[in-house]
Design a protein around this ligand. Structure first.
Ligand code: ADP
Ligand code: ZN
Ligand code: ZN
Length: 739
């Protein structure tokens, strides 16, 4: 009889769509639990896997089950809520469960135990700062991180190997083969109770509400809306303290770990060895060892970028997502998950509270708070009564920059000159990601949009035309504005290099540095930031990188050169992104004692995103934007998925995309009344049509109900799989940048 036997459903660490069932030999039975690592026979090989369930054998199981080969007992079992999350993720994003496991548990795939890479450890600062800027940047990085893999350090700055050597010789670093139990690059012991800040009234209120949930503990989602400088970090730290006191662990997600030196310091100060910061640049080996410490319960607070949502934290008691609106939480390739969404799922699976914090919450979270799925907490004031900076919109229709080539209106030019004359510093911000020329009307200030999608049309040179990347609508460049009939239409858009040149030409006192995606290498980034912080540079020109949480007390002026470059981004979230960027950028001004001033140049000062950003009015913006999204049928009022086709052969890509569209249309017809609330757009050439030798095309599907959308996607998947040959068909559920 089969009823006597025990079987295990095993997640094999292969890119397979489902789990497989194995017999549990009697000899292994007492060691085999859910979450245990095992080895199982697959075509004569022993393949690693994880036990998802242990259960009695049932009649549904096939007759000839193979026995599990071996149980790994050197590692504790993986937490059950993490296993549930892996299954949930596979199901939601329509990817094989083994692919999720590869992202969630990367270390388990290595066949050999990770070898211990040599490490470099920070020892001390030298008496005189090193002459080489690279050495200085590397040293600053290591001081913040404590230690790094040797290879990692060598790659952190240009010609890093030389820098490492010099710093070792100077005794500022030392090398070790050994895994450092992080006692040496000293996390400072927790400061005495008295030195901690006294929470403000609003902080106290938020802390009390969250602590109540931490103590219960059961799932509850919070949206903590706190303006820039309202002291959200202190709220997180207090909640984590309580969580640890209750013997539970916490996971903290941050958008980009390389830029959060300050946050890392705070966590080490408060929690010492109990906190571990996971770098995105961390080698596989180190990550696996970190996760082993987490599994073993030595680390009780994990701080990391999006993949930390899969941290194997036992007895999880709290999940925090800082800057929850950040797009970096969405992984754009491979497993295209959204870490903030998964954080909420993880909390509900683990039965613990989840706190989403932001000065500019996403519309998704705003809507969830609105319908009561998230508890809304608000911190509307900066700590220490610091005022928010004054924001002025400069109307480019009236304040035209003089001369064809100029980028500065008179008010911004005067303000920057005055700032430099006072010996203070400025940030000049420009939103540009690789492309983005578009048509603006100099009379009514509007940029030209697609009549079908309300997405800004992008300007293409060859052949010259305007094009929509959602529905493929295109048109010649018109002589007159379709809105107001003015002939003053103009293609605009420029980059940071141009801006830097212009600054140098117009302002002899400017010592200008530039930060954009081309300068994104960690070392170079650190160097420019350090030079700016220490006053060797007094103007920083950059894209969104400059707005990420840096604190520069000497910055008293922030200039936004052309708000349209962000507003006209061909994406339905362009307004939201603009509001967020401007709010963050404004948050950079006036962090010190001197008040800050923000000037935003625009052709359309009546735009909702700009108006509300200037008034620091998040709620006003969110309510308006939420209404617009509902009217236009975009998230959070509809569910969206992108089906991307890419391949080296443009004709084949086009044909397949057309076939997908046909299959979708048939399914929608067959779905009857349900199908009526589905919209299929495209296929359209992706905004970046050719990328690394591959042509890209996409079909967008919008549906009112999530289930309808998922059913459609499954049908596409049944027909097309993930492509054939060199052709790839990729599903993106809840896509972000549609490029
Ligand atoms: P946010 O993340 O909300 O923008 P932070 O958490 O970075 O703000 O806090 C801004 C600054 O205020 C930090 O330097 C922090 O140490 C300080 N701070 C936080 N809470 C208090 C408080 N209750 N009293 C005084 N200073 C505080
Ligand atoms: Zn017009
Ligand atoms: Zn369109």
């Amino acid at each position: 009889m089969s009823g006597e036997q025990t079987v295990a459903d095993v997640l094999l660490l292969l890119p397979l769509a489902r789990t497989y069932t194995y017999l549990v030999p009697e000899a292994l039975e007492d060691r085999l639990q859910r979450g245990r690592q095992v080895r199982c026979p697959v075509r004569g090989r022993q393949v690693p896997g994880l036990v998802i369930r242990v259960r009695p054998r049932s009649d549904q199981d096939v007759m000839s089950l193979q026995p599990i080969g071996d149980v790994v007992t050197s590692r504790p079992p993986w937490p059950g809520d993490l296993l549930d999350l892996v299954e949930w993720t596979a199901n939601y994003y329509l990817v094989p469960v083994g692919v999720v496991a590869r992202t969630a548990m990367p270390g388990l795939f290595s066949r050999h135990p990770p070898k211990k890479d040599p490490l470099v450890v920070f020892v001390r600062r030298p008496e005189v700062p090193p002459r080489s800027l690279r050495d200085r940047a590397l040293l600053a990085l290591l001081e913040a991180a404590g230690e790094m893999d040797l290879n990692e350090a060598r790659q952190a700055v240009p010609q890093g190997a030389v820098s490492v050597k010099r710093l070792l010789a100077a005794g500022c670093l030392r090398m070790t083969e050994r895994e450092e139990v992080p006692e040496v690059p000293g996390p400072v012991p927790p400061p005495p109770q008295a030195s901690r800040v006294t929470p403000t009234e609003h902080q106290t209120e938020a802390i009390d509400r969250i602590l109540e949930a931490v103590r219960k503990p059961r799932y509850q989602g919070f949206l903590l809306h706190g303006v820039t400088g309202s002291g959200k970090t202190e709220v997180y730290l207090r909640a984590i303290e309580e969580c640890l006191a209750l013997g539970r662990g916490a996971v903290v997600l941050v958008p980009e770990i390389a830029l959060t030196v300050e946050l890392q310091r705070q966590f080490h100060d408060r929690f010492g060895d109990l906190a571990e910061v996971l770098h995105s640049a961390m080698s596989q080996g180190r990550r696996v060892r970190a996760w082993d410490r987490v599994l073993a319960g030595q680390v009780r607070v994990v701080v990391g970028a999006r993949s930390a949502v899969f941290a194997p934290m036992p007895r999880l008691g709290l999940v925090i997502v800082d800057e929850e609106h950040e797009v970096t939480y969405k992984q754009q390739d491979g497993l295209r998950y959204h870490a903030r969404d998964l954080a909420l799922v993880r909390g509900s699976l683990a039965g613990c509270p989840v706190v989403l914090g932001s000065a500019t919450p996403s519309l998704e979270s705003f809507q969830n708070a609105h319908i009561g799925k998230l508890t809304f907490l608000s911190m509307p004031r900066r700590v220490m009564e610091r005022p928010l900076p004054q924001v002025t919109l400069v109307d480019l229709r009236y304040e035209r920059p003089q001369g064809g080539e100029r980028l500065f209106s008179e008010p911004l030019r005067v303000a920057l000159q005055a700032t430099l004359d006072r010996g203070e510093s400025a940030i000049l911000f420009l939103n540009r990601r690789g492309f983005g020329r578009f048509l603006v009307c100099r009379s009514c200030g509007r940029s030209l949009q697609c009549p079908n999608c309300s997405i800004t049309l992008t300007h293409h040179r060859r052949p010259e035309r305007l094009q929509c990347h959602y529905c493929d609508h295109h048109m010649p460049v018109p002589d007159r504005c379709p809105g107001c009939n003015s002939p003053e239409v103009e293609v605009v858009g420029f980059g940071t290099e141009r801006l830097e040149e212009e600054v140098q030409r117009l302002f002899p006192k400017a010592r200008c540095g530039r930060l954009d995606s081309e300068v994104s290498q960690v070392g170079a980034l650190g160097r420019v930031l350090a030079d700016f912080r220490e006053g060797r540079l007094n103007v920083l020109v950059g894209t969104q990188i400059v707005v990420k949480g840096h604190d520069f007390p000497q910055v008293t002026l922030v200039g936004v050169l052309l708000a349209e470059q962000s507003l006209a981004f061909p994406d339905f979230r362009a307004s939201e992104r603009t509001f967020q960027l401007l709010t963050q950028v404004a948050g950079r001004a006036g962090r010190g004692d001197r008040p800050g001033q923000v000037l935003i140049q625009t052709f359309d000062p009546t735009h909702e995103a700009l108006r509300h950003a200037a008034n620091h009015d998040y709620l006003g913006f969110a309510v308006t934007e939420n209404r617009i999204r509902r009217e236009r049928g975009y998230p959070p009022h509809a569910h969206l998925a992108a089906i991307e086709v890419s391949g080296p052969d443009g004709v084949e890509v086009q044909r397949t995309a057309d076939e997908i569209r046909e299959v979708l249309d048939q399914c929608v017809m067959a779905a009857g009344p349900e199908g009526r609330q589905v919209t299929v757009l495209g296929p359209a050439a992706a905004a970046i049509e050719r990328l690394r030798g591959r042509t890209r095309s996409q079909v967008l599907v919008k549906a009112g109900r999530r289930k309808v959308l998922h059913d459609l996607l499954r049908q596409v998947q049944n027909v097309f799989g993930d492509g054939r040959g060199a052709l790839r068909v990729t599903l993106d559920v809840d896509p972000y940048y549609l490029l």
